[in-house]
Design a protein around this ligand. Structure first.
Ligand code: 4AD
Ligand code: MG
Length: 471
């Protein structure tokens, strides 16, 4: 259907041509002499309006052409009399492939709430909203690879199971499998097997605690220390118990790592990347973006155009704190140099102070940032940067990495992390260390930002959040 209706002429060039459509029935309206069946094949938002008459082969099955049924329709493309579409299909033959009981099909014609649709996540891609989100998500993934590939970055697969905690925040899911007793074996998540309170890791599959990765960065750095610019793009996991509209337990992250680069190069790469993917969907997903603009977040196209065109605001963490204090606004969480910015602060900065522009905040206090970030000359801050966007808050977190062995060892000690388990990471600083920098972008937050979808649970096909791993 996209091939027919997606062109500039909305299908006019197809008039008179034969066409077969396979898809799912959205609605079926019977009039006196003709029946209109709206069929969607998922290739685009538009349905194909299929016009049936009693002469249509298969017309006898009319009672089973219900919402949700799958059908094959053959016919000839014709100009449509109705104002809603340029073309329709005059159907010569229809076959109902899979019936759908209209009394129990969960997605009824009236618009269902997104909360409800989460309970039928297996069927929600059949709706306009979730079909559009899936296509735009796909386009963003494609544009991500295209941007980095065209810029000479090499895609690296970082491991999903790992023994190191990149962020040092202790938010990993444990992956343990007992080898000793296969009857009791299996994946125990976040529960370490112990009979007497002690853990015998020699009996474990990996012979040491292993986790689902929170970030591919440390592994990414090893490849950047050999291949120069690389990126990872894969699933990451966090066992943070935050029931918010911006957190998932399983999310996808894009993590470029640039060799021979500093924080300025990193920020420039993050800005260019974000602008590229935003432009890409505005140009290549017009129909879906119009849909979001009309039904999900009014004005989103203008706002994204702005993002694609304008330079992003940059400011230091210290200036951001001054700005927040100077605003005299009552925030729920305290604002003070040394404390992390909360979502309400981030949103104030991008939404109110800078009128909806993305803002990059840099040079955070080292105490609130991860051990691997490069210490600045002031001894108090690190070369970190967060890119904030309206509604979503933190979209990107990145930094220049500490490439000096002695500084990095000192930071590991200060952070109470065990140096021995980072031996291979420290080796990168022993053998041919280079200044390097990178960032991580939460892909679902990008989908949220690009579509206007307000809850991150609707930006991924099957959300994993506390208390829910159905489907
Ligand atoms: O700021 P974070 O924790 O940074 C890192 O993991 C670095 N290792 C990245 C790097 O420098 N290579 O996470 C990066 C981004 C955040 O800015 C946010 O967009 C997203 O990942 N993110 C989440 N998205 C959804 N659900 C969660 N629970 C998320 N936690 C982080
Ligand atoms: Mg962060």
């Amino acid at each position: 259907v996209a091939e027919v209706k997606g062109g500039e002429d909305q299908g006019a060039a197809w008039v008179g041509k034969e066409l077969t459509v396979r898809g799912w029935v959205r609605t079926c309206r019977a009039q006196r002499t003709v029946t209109f069946v709206e069929v969607n094949d998922g290739s685009c938002l538009s349905n194909m309006q299929c016009v049936l008459t009693p002469e249509t082969e298969g017309y006898g099955q009319i009672d089973s052409i219900n919402t949700g049924a799958s059908v094959l329709v053959e016919g000839v493309v014709a100009s449509s009399q109705g104002g809603k579409q340029k073309v329709e299909l005059k159907v010569s033959k229809i076959i109902v492939i899979g019936e759908s009981d209209p009394t129990s099909f969960p997605i009824q014609k009236k618009r269902a709430s997104r909360e409800f649709l989460r309970t039928v996540a297996h069927l929600r891609p059949r709706t306009n909203t979730f079909g559009a989100v899936a296509r735009v998500r796909n386009a963003l993934a494609y544009a991500t690879h295209k941007f980095f590939q065209d810029s000479g970055f090499i895609w690296v697969s970082s491991p999903i199971i790992t023994a190191s905690d990149c962020e040092g925040a202790g938010e990993q899911f444990y992956v343990t499998t007992l080898l000793s007793n296969s009857a009791e074996g299996g994946c125990l998540v976040n529960s370490i097997p112990s009979k007497d309170g002690r853990v015998d890791w020699s009996q474990d599959f990996f012979c040491k605690p292993a986790f689902l990765t929170v970030s591919g960065q440390l592994n990414g750095e090893t490849y950047a220390s050999a291949l120069s610019d690389i990126y990872t793009f894969g699933p990451t996991f966090r066992a943070e118990n935050s029931n918010t509209s911006r957190h998932l337990a399983e999310f996808w992250m894009i993590e470029p790592e640039l060799a021979f680069a500093d924080l300025n190069d990193d920020m420039a790469c993050a800005s260019a990347y974000l602008q590229y993917v935003v432009k890409y969907i505005l140009e290549n997903c017009k129909e879906d973006m119009d849909f979001f603009d009309t039904w999900v977040e009014k004005g989103i196209i203008d706002r994204l155009n702005n993002v694609a065109e304008k330079n992003f605001v940059q400011m230091s963490y210290s200036d951001a704190i001054k700005l927040l204090i100077g605003s005299n606004k009552k925030f729920e969480f305290p604002v003070k140099w040394g404390l992390d910015l909360q979502s309400e602060h981030e949103r104030y900065i991008t939404e109110v102070a800078f009128g909806g522009s993305p803002v990059i905040i840099r040079d955070y206090p080292k105490e609130i940032k991860a051990f691997y970030m490069r210490q600045n000359d002031d001894g108090k801050t690190v070369a970190a940067m967060d890119l904030l966007v309206p509604r979503v808050g933190e979209l990107i977190g990145g930094s220049q990495r500490e490439e000096r062995l002695d500084y990095l060892e000192a930071r590991l000690d200060e952070s109470n992390l065990n140096k021995d388990s980072y031996w291979w990471y420290l080796d990168l600083r022993r053998y041919g260390s280079v200044p390097h920098a990178g960032f991580g972008l939460g892909f679902e937050r990008l989908v949220q930002f690009a579509t206007g979808i307000d809850n991150i649970r609707d930006a991924i096909p099957f959300p994993r959040v506390p208390g829910s791993a159905e489907f």
